[in-house]
Ligand binder design. Structure first.
Ligand SMILES: C[S@@+](CC[C@H](N)C(=O)[O-])C[C@H]1O[C@@H](n2cnc3c(N)ncnc32)[C@H](O)[C@@H]1O
Length: 253
């Protein structure tokens, strides 16, 4: 196991100074195991979608209290709806820090709360904060308070990819993080957008893969044929596929 830089020296010093914690199975063993997660290095991190299994109970695990007042209220940000599970918020934070995206493209703006959250995350986590572009048909729903210097909303009918501004897509800096949270013809949109993605870019399909049906399986085959691999560091961070995008945190090879 490769340790984070400086970590080996830390462990050696701990072994000397804290023998109780460094006995087999003690805190040090736990920390060493954790360090592989911190550095996110593992040979089986990236997997073909077809090599991954499905479990039918994602929804119940992710939204056990979805219908309760507390569960619904938890999905807000700065007073606006931000319909993401706590697991996924933590995963995006990690990915934005790791990827340092030049552009985040969000399909499905709703009130603008998630776009605002992405823009704030980008500001906080990226050395050179890029741009967040959020697309929706119903831009009247976007709240006046969803404003940020990095954030731009666009009106697009995602059932017709011709409504995308191709010159905008051509100029947006990479790496890209694309989040499809609109649930409209998701694989047709992927099929259109994939030509703009380059190696290292990420594409996340939220919610639809929770269905894990034939349409999703066929769609993920197209994704695999297009050179995307499941990043299991993200899908499995809290337990296998404990995310609203099971098997769908995808990185272009
Ligand atoms: C699940 S909500 C987005 C949630 C938001 N990203 C969040 O995390 O809070 C889905 C959004 O997709 C948008 N939508 C539905 N059909 C669309 C279409 N044909 N074109 C563009 N957007 C559409 C809806 O207006 C809605 O705002």
């Amino acid at each position: 196991m490769k340790l984070a830089s400086g970590y080996k020296a830390f462990c050696e010093a701990a072994q000397k100074n804290y023998p109780d914690q460094t006995k087999p199975g003690g805190n040090l063993d736990w920390a060493i195991a954790l360090s592989s997660v911190v550095t996110s290095e593992s040979s089986d991190r990236f997997a073909k979608p077809s090599a991954r299994g499905w479990e039918s109970s994602f929804h119940a695990k992710l939204f056990p209290s979805y219908s309760t007042k507390v569960g619904a209220l938890a999905m807000t940000y700065k007073g606006l709806m931000n319909v993401k599970t706590p697991f996924d918020l933590a995963l995006y934070t990690r990915l934005i820090w790791e990827l340092q995206p030049g552009t985040i493209l969000e399909l499905g703006s709703l009130q603008g709360g998630s776009g605002l959250w992405f823009a704030d995350q980008m500001s906080a986590l990226c050395e050179n904060p890029g741009e967040v572009h959020s697309f929706d048909l119903n831009i009247k729903c976007i709240h006046a308070s969803a404003k940020h210097p990095l954030l731009t909303f666009h009106q697009v009918d995602l059932s017709d990819v011709a409504t995308f501004d191709e010159s905008l897509l051509m100029r947006l800096p990479h790496p890209w993080l694309v989040i499809d949270d609109a649930h409209v013809q998701i694989f047709s949109i992927f099929s259109y957008l994939r030509r703009f993605l380059v190696s290292g870019d990420y594409y996340v399909f939220e919610d639809d893969p929770l269905r894990a049906d034939k349409e999703i399986n066929d769609g993920l085959q197209l994704v695999e044929q297009s050179g995307f691999l499941v990043d299991t560091y993200y899908t499995d961070a809290f337990g296998t596929n404990l995310t609203c995008a099971p098997n769908a945190w995808l990185r272009k090879s």
